[in-house]
Design a protein around this ligand. Structure first.
Ligand SMILES: [Zn+2]
Length: 398
């Protein structure tokens, strides 16, 4: 592969926050694919899906499979592409050799909400891995939705899948049985038929069978992210998960009906945090004072201020304390920078009063509420670096 690999410092630079209206953005993918199969579905962020289709280089087809490999950042893939012979070949093609960009925060539920609706976090109400639940005054988590509102009430935008179904188009999701009716599926990817199996071959078979009918098939691969969190993106285990994903995608490509479009993407990338750069809110009164609740996750934290604490003062104190180690913004500065796209009034209070993005390989925890295990994961994501926010969009036709 001839791709130039940027230096580690360069990969750890914050990626400018691209507009959610950009074509080479995860939010554009399903609107663009709706155009590719001839059922153009504009959204507020993507009023011209045909233009997005063309900018992404997607051909017009009857049937498309979009495969999402959780945690497979563009640069994570490039750095270990020797473990992915099929994807390596694909990346040599023009258009496939450049990343597209994902949401802020760069974390699964936020990305899937935006991907599934073709909108932005400010419209889906999914703004943090954990975030304020106004009904309880506590923090809810957006994978299991423990402590969070009902998924369909929080994320009330119609999904692209639902809209395709309304248009009479076939929609099939293929993945593990546990995700068929999961809260996150209900929030972000509801609509269509779910084909679940524990066996890879069965899932490949199900996707290929579905692809014979015109329409769209969503194919989810979980393991790369899991291996990244447990062992780190530089581990042998991560490489093995990549090898398995590559083999699975190759098998899928080989067995798909001829003419099917296969698009391979991811939700986010990953960094291996440096344990010596851990910042613990609980051990530092300059950070803890005035903070009522902590949301988000270690690479991007949201602070909800106590009554009587001004957000800009809290932000100034954190800025003083952390210096270069993080980007500290008030809610309004984060909105102004376009972190969440267009923000609905109902969503605004869900965003922390202060948003803190970890720089370099640092991360921010609160040992009062987090387990030692969750504070020392060898792989993390959520922040603004190129490693976390640049993702592949690899196009192949069977
Ligand atoms: Zn993850």
């Amino acid at each position: 592969m001839t791709l130039d690999i940027p230096s580690v410092q360069d990969l750890l630079r914050f990626r400018a926050v691209d507009s959610y209206g950009a074509s080479r953005h995860i939010s554009a993918l399903l609107p663009a694919l709706s155009a590719a199969i001839g059922h153009c579905l504009p959204t507020v962020m993507h009023p011209d899906p045909e233009a997005d289709r063309s900018a992404l280089g997607l051909p017009r087809v009857d049937s498309v499979v979009v495969a999402l490999v959780d945690g497979l950042g563009f640069w994570n893939l490039v750095l270990r592409v020797g473990h992915a012979p099929y994807l390596r070949k694909l990346m040599e093609r023009q258009g496939n050799d450049e990343p597209i960009v994902t949401t802020v925060p760069s974390t699964t539920p936020i990305v899937l909400g935006t991907f599934g609706t073709g909108t932005c976090p400010g419209m889906t109400g999914m703004v943090g891995f954990t975030q304020l639940n106004e009904a309880t005054g506590g923090i809810g988590q957006l994978i299991s939705f423990a402590g969070a509102p009902d998924p369909a009430r929080l994320q009330c935008q119609q999904t692209i899948f639902e809209r395709l179904i309304d248009d009479g188009v076939r929609v099939t999701s293929v993945g593990l049985p546990k995700f068929a009716h999961s809260s996150l599926t209900r929030a972000a990817l509801r609509g269509g038929e779910y084909r679940g199996s524990l066996r890879v071959e069965r899932r490949v078979e199900a996707a290929c069978q579905a692809a014979r009918t015109p329409g769209i098939t969503y194919y989810y691969i979980e393991d790369v992210d899991k291996a990244g969190h447990r062992f780190g993106p530089a581990s042998d285990q991560w490489a093995m998960a990549l090898e398995n994903a590559d083999a699975q995608l190759k098998a899928l490509h080989r067995s798909l009906p001829s003419g099917t479009l296969l698009v391979i993407t991811a939700d986010h990338g990953m960094v291996a945090p440096n344990s010596s750069e851990r910042i613990d809110i609980a051990r530092d009164p300059a950070l803890a004072d005035g903070v009522a609740l902590v949301g988000g996750e270690p690479r991007i934290v949201m602070l909800y201020a106590q009554r009587g604490t001004q957000a800009d003062q809290l932000a100034a104190r954190w800025r003083d304390r952390l210096g270069e180690r993080a980007l500290v913004l008030t809610r309004y500065e984060a909105i102004e920078r376009g972190f969440y796209g267009q923000v609905e009034n109902r969503v605004e209070p869900l965003i922390g009063d202060v948003v803190v993005c970890a720089a370099g390989l640092g991360f921010i925890v609160d040992s009062r509420i987090q387990s030692e295990e969750s504070m020392s994961l060898p792989g993390m994501h959520g922040s603004l670096t190129r490693l976390e926010r640049e993702i592949p969009c690899l196009i192949d036709v069977a």
